[in-house]
Design a protein around this ligand. Sequence first.
Ligand SMILES: [Zn+2]
Length: 298
Amino acid sequence: MAAPHLLGILLLTATPLLAQEAVDTAAITRIRREGFEHSQVMQFARTLLDVYGPRLVGSRQYRRNPNVLVAQGYWSHLDGADEHPPSFAVAREHYTRLAHLLDAGVRPRLEVSLAARFSTDDSMGYNVVAEIPGTDPRLAVEVVMLGGHFDSWHAGTGATDNAAGSAVAMEAMRILKAIGARPRRTIRIALWDGEEASDNYAGSEGYVRRHFADLEKLELRPEHAKLSAYFNLDNGTGRIRGVYLQGNEAARPIFTAWLAPFRDLKQAAVVMAAVVYHTTMRLESMPRLRLPAPRGRP
Ligand SMILES: [Zn+2]
């Protein structure tokens, strides 16, 4: 999560004129019922937070996680080992006290004890990947992806950043399975390792390199043409209030139509953000298909 980046977002209200995108209201009714009456999102979150706890990059705890369905290694965390010395966080109360002492002109002396262990038994990173296969013979090769980062930061269990997003993505997949959804395109969840705390976007970058493009030469792999969309959730806990367009104004009428059935949940905003967190899946140098013109427009 990169909360400071969310400052300065520009909220634009949806325009009914543009809401021409076809929406399967029957499916949405089933999704809402399953989500409201049988939600397991808190169980997913509690399992991540309380049973497994911290999911720090390269840690044994991360790799021991039996929630890993399909694991794909991408590169060694040892590559950047020198750049990431052991570190620790100071509790807010202690930080505040130190600040007060400094304000009072006192120069505090700190005595810290830090025990660190460096493990080299498995330096690979592991993304968590699973999918619901598409059912349309022609469109099943196309993939719609969703996810967030699975790794957590130091000195915590990573509830907000980002077990919350991971649990929601897992719940979305569970709901689709539970209601017997038969999507035309393949729906794939990817929970990224090494995304924030140690290597910058290593999990999603590794995935992009493996599946979509040689990032140095910008040579696209065939899978790139089959990727329809990727939805990333890493904006903290609480309700999902909208979708960040990330500057892609052409997507506004589509998201506006999708969110309209959730207006009663106060989730109807389509948000235009100046700068927000993004994964390598949204790399600016990666070419992307032009969105079709919104229907109902000249
Ligand atoms: Zn995050």
